[in-house]
Design a protein around this ligand. Sequence first.
Ligand SMILES: NC(=O)c1ccc[n+]([C@@H]2O[C@H](COP(=O)([O-])OP(=O)(O)OC[C@H]3O[C@@H](n4cnc5c(N)ncnc54)[C@H](OP(=O)(O)O)[C@@H]3O)[C@@H](O)[C@H]2O)c1
Length: 288
Amino acid sequence: MENRRLPLANTIVVTGASSGIGKACALQLDKLGFRVFAGVRREMDSDALRLEASATLTPILLDITDAASITSAVDIVTTAIGEIGLAGIINNAGIAVAGPLEFLPVSEIRKQLEVNVIGQIAVTQAFLPLLRQGQGRVINIGSLGGRIAMPFIGPYSAAKFAMEALTDALRMELRPWHIHVSIVEPGFIATPIWEKSKEVAGTIFNNLPRQADHMYGTIIPGVRETYSHAGRTGTPAEEVARVIIQALTAARPKTRYIVGRGARLGTSILERLPDKLRDALITWWLTR
Ligand SMILES: NC(=O)c1ccc[n+]([C@@H]2O[C@H](COP(=O)([O-])OP(=O)(O)OC[C@H]3O[C@@H](n4cnc5c(N)ncnc54)[C@H](OP(=O)(O)O)[C@@H]3O)[C@@H](O)[C@H]2O)c1
């Protein structure tokens, strides 16, 4: 790989490594010789990762919404790497809460922000002393949905917009220590997130008041299918992992990396359109 810096530290923490982009990152980094601590929430996911990786990769139980779990993960990594510190952290774990904002239970919206925003900050705060020691990098996973808001995944878009702001703020705050902070913005990627989200959204929607069905019931199934199809036919997670590794290893990391189907089109054209025209195009695409 070109422009590879040669850090003293070569340990990376990846959150949400049980599937999709996080798993692809953990396995690729492992193959490249990095020491990887891969965050998962279930023992069975630890076992599955171990089967696919070298003996160097260490799965750690890490729920990014649980303070005790974060502390325990930091302790494990600190004990293992000592003063060398971290070469990077990949804030990848995430969920997608979908449904009409008018009726989505506030608890679900909170959960979305808790996982995709607050959890990312909590993990970053906890690992920053190790990142500072190793002059490591922070890689946040944003989304096309964090550049262009999409209907019926409003909480998800809100969380990803928040990650854009937090990435920019953190990058400036950490400048004195030369800790680079980048955000990777994937378009539609073929990972389990879309099916998980569709399943959860189905349950949420079935429990909404009848009024919700009356008002949104005709539009929601088509929208859900369009998102699900875009996910199924999306860019492979391995491609995003390659871009994340570029952000980790480039001599001069970029602040933003756009990757995957729809992302380039979205950011080069859709984002620049007048709001009402963009609204119309997105609504047409979702309901056609
Ligand atoms: N797929 C796309 O089209 C796309 C596009 C743009 C951005 N992204 C972003 O990419 C990231 C990875 O998503 P993915 O598409 O690879 O989906 P995924 O396969 O569903 O992976 C999500 C990962 O996050 C973990 N996770 C969820 N809640 C967690 C929590 N509270 N604590 C720790 N881990 C948790 C999941 O663990 P469990 O298995 O235990 O649930 C899983 O390992 C997310 O931030 C997502 O928003 C995805």
